[in-house]
Design a binder for this molecule. Structure first.
Ligand code: NAP
Ligand code: ZN
Length: 353
């Protein structure tokens, strides 16, 4: 075991502050990683503030961060896939039981014994729970380490590890989306990646936003249309016209308004995870035989596929790179939907600070 620098929160109303945490020595199958960048996901904020207490209560101190890009600094004796110096990524998962239907079907995120990158019981016993990427170093089982296309900007790659796979997976799963009318609700970290992927797959993409000032950016990111969701006339003009809608909103909202945008047999997939339950009107679903579904990140195999796709198509997140000393300010901006379009923490600032 050794000690590494990190930022942690001591309670649901505490800011993130400098701290030190233990990391395990590399075991035979482990990869040790020096973290270069870590994205800030709204899930980090939900967890730090214990907003998901009924489902996944937060154990404090919490070290968030599951959009990790770094360089391999060492490998265990049995590791074959990675070498020191490799550019790698780690997302929301660091382990699973490898022995259940979910693991066998490459959807480890649904393994009942999955270990998430932070706030999960630490099977190695290094600490009570796992600690995430707002830290200098991390040690991860090689089966959960991803290869990063080396020509991509690592600061913009970091958010692919969560925001990227969380939007790539449900769009791919929907089927042949080419030429279909796709709506992305909320232009934040997830939403802006959803726009990029839907566009790359050949869909006609419309962004639903509560922030009219994001219109020009939405078009630049690849949207064909922008609908200001607070404008009733704009909503009415598009009612009943969508094949698929991806809802990324982080807060409570009227989901029925978006179900009303779907055409016959249309599907709305929720990826946003608001603190409070959403009220769904039966009528919003039964008229038009609509489907409401959910999706959680993606398995490791699909995450690698997504990274390779991004490598081939030069796709990265649009990031605002910040030093870790500005993380609390970034959280306040997330709450205000003021993000362009993902914060990526330059971890050199932690070494220096
Ligand atoms: P984010 O960057 O904060 O973006 C969320 C966007 O939602 C905002 O930029 C805003 O877009 C819109 N929004 C916020 N409050 C709203 C409100 N009250 N009404 C309507 N729209 C609102 O967050 P994120 O990192 O993309 O994460 C989004 C959600 O997905 C979070 O709940 C997060 O925990 C969850 N998540 C789920 C998964 C999964 O696997 N399912 C993975 C990662 C994250 P506009 O300004 O355009 O309206
Ligand atoms: Zn996330």
């Amino acid at each position: 075991m050794y000690i590494t620098k990190a930022y942690s929160a001591a309670g649901s109303t505490s800011p993130l502050v400098p701290d030190t945490i233990p990391r395990r020595e590399t075991t035979a199958h482990d990869v040790a990683i020096e973290i270069l960048y870590c994205g800030i996901c709204h899930s980090d904020l939900h967890t730090v503030r214990n907003e998901w207490s009924s489902v996944m209560p937060t154990v404090y101190p919490v070290v968030p961060g599951h959009e990790i890009v770094g360089r391999v600094s060492g490998v265990g004796s049995a590791v074959t896939g990675f070498r020191p110096g490799d550019l790698v990524g780690v997302g929301c998962l660091v382990d699973s039981d490898h022995d259940c239907p979910s693991c066998n079907h490459h959807v480890e995120q649904f393994c009942r014994n999955a270990t998430f990158t932070y706030n999960s019981p630490d099977k190695h016993g290094t600490a009570p729970v796992t600690y995430g990427g707002y830290s200098e170093r991390i040690v991860v089982d090689e089966r959960f380490v991803l290869r990063v296309p080396p020509h991509l900007d690592p600061a913009g790659v970091a958010p692919l590890l969560c925001a990227g796979i969380t939007t790539y997976s449900p769009i791919k799963r929907w089927g042949d989306i080419k030429g279909k009318k796709v709506g992305v609700v909320g232009l934040g970290g997830l939403g802006h990646m959803g726009v990029k992927f839907a566009r790359a797959f050949g869909a006609h993409v419309a962004v639903f936003t509560t922030s009219p000032q994001k219109m020009a950016d939405a078009l630049r990111l690849g949207a064909d249309a922008v609908i200001v969701s607070t404008d009733k006339a704009q909503m009415k003009a598009h009612a009943g016209s969508f094949d698929f809608i991806l809802d990324t909103i982080a807060a409570d909202h009227d989901i029925n308004a978006y179900l009303g945008m779907l055409g016959l047999d249309g599907e709305l997939t929720l990826v946003g995870a608001p603190e409070t339950p959403l009220q769904v009107s039966a009528f919003a679903l039964i008229f038009g035989r609509k489907r409401l579904s959910g999706s959680l990140i993606g398995g490791i195999k699909e995450t690698q596929e997504m990274l390779d796709f991004c490598g081939a198509h030069d796709i990265t997140a649009d990031v605002e790179v910040i030093p870790i000393q500005r993380v609390n300010e970034a959280y306040e901006r997330l709450v205000r939907s003021d993000v362009k379009y993902r914060f990526s923490i330059d971890m050199a600032s932690l070494k220096a600070g």
